[in-house]
Design a protein around this ligand. Sequence first.
Ligand SMILES: [Zn+2]
Ligand SMILES: [Zn+2]
Length: 556
Amino acid sequence: MSKKNKENTINIIPLGGLGEVGRNMTVFEYEDQYLIVDCGILFPNNDMIGVDYIIPDMQFLNDKSDKVAGVILTHGHEDHIGGVPYLFDILENVPVFATPLTAEMAEVKLAKGGRISKANMIVKQAGDCFDAGPFRIEFFHMAHSIPDSVGVAIETPAGLIVMSGDYKFDQTPIDHWPSDFAKLAELGKRGVLALLSDSTNAERPGNTPSEMEINRNFEEVFSTAKGRIIISSFASLISRLQQVSTIARHHKRKICIVGTSMVDNVNLARKLGYIDLPEECVIPLEQALSLPDKEVLILCTGSQGEESSILGRLSRGKYNAFSVKQGDTIVLSSSPIPGNEENISGVINRLYRLGANVIINSVLSVHVSGHACQEEMKLLMNLVRPKYLIPVHGELRHLVAQAKVGKSVGIPEENIFVVEDGQTLTLHDGKMKLGEKVPSGFVFVDGKGVGEVTADVMRQRENLSESGIVIVTLLLDKKSGGLIKEPQFVFSGVTNEEDLVQAEEQIKRQVIEHCAKNMHTRTEEQLQKDIMQIVRKNFFSTIDRAPWTFVNIYSI
Ligand SMILES: [Zn+2]
Ligand SMILES: [Zn+2]
């Protein structure tokens, strides 16, 4: 490509977040230099057994570390910063630009992952303008459910690109800091080539209610609850924690925060002044348990029904520090992430069984989304007036829904690009077209392992969980080939004890018979196959499923 051509070309490379809500990551390429925006995680579905979370496939960046001009983090949610430590497995000595709260939250992650020395954290404020290689960057504030969220304007000689970041146009946010409408209008005036915009709620008409709207309902909860109040939400939903803490103080309840992730986030937010929570209002759990019930508010995680969360354990009576009791009021202040409904329902039922009064969003509005609905999207588009629209941050259905919103405000259909992860877009001479495809599959993180769990491993886990496993051990005489002792069996997850005893007897008999036949002519491999067949056949006829079967043969 000639120099002139290069100067007029910018590539947009979506590595995550287009086709799912999570693992957001976008790379921009200009003159052989790269700018990365966000690097988040995606939480697995229920059928992704044993997977902690999913990160973007970053192999596109392999060997490009010296060409990466910078990493930008828009806000501190897991789906935007959770993958940063893994990014610094590839990158070295690259500046990371973020607002104070986001920077601190990312630093905690980098430190835990042992990669803090590889990143060069540079704190910027909303409103700041700075350079990263050939990219001129501008941060502007956008209201969201965590303080210090920004949208990003990226300017190169090839044109101005605006990313909304996660946002809503809350006119009365908890932190009194609404989105920067003036900046959006000013960018619109300068001429925006492309807008990459949050699609999460694109199927919802109207406006997302303000955080303030649920104040009234929390007031009601606090004025009617006679016992303890336990509120569960996301650990990073700082604005909600502020909101309920303020109400708790009015109602003379002391606040007790339980769980490391929530305690860490609140401490960070307090240290940086993003949450107003005087020292004397917060008490340790021990003290909370000794106070009269009506003077206590407990904040914890678990509103998504996660088994290992505090609320999940409380509902099972498996949280050591305290138990749910008659008279407790428990509020689940979030809406279910698709796929979690069943788990949440289980938690709610168990909490009722323990005598608690449970308040969920469908009964009393105790949660509002942090993302814009259709009318807000229209306002954003009308302020920014982009030539091209690229819906991001959503499943395909959400991206398509935002494309429709774009059309409704007059963006020509051919200027709206609905693409999924890995499909690059090229802006050349002010015109956008589809570019090449780059790898963008799921990378599973399982404990300390990254990427070791492949699609094959996942399929095996699924099979194992569906039909269980049988291990057969045979001890053969080397000379005669006959059985030295009865075959041994190990069963796991196959069927109930009673049926197993019967099945084992039958299979044992058949195996012994089989072993006695053709002792000298068969190979070990053949014997293994035959025995697998016997086991599988038996179970298929009784429980209509063939468990995974392994046969160990020892010849001595
Ligand atoms: Zn967010
Ligand atoms: Zn997000």
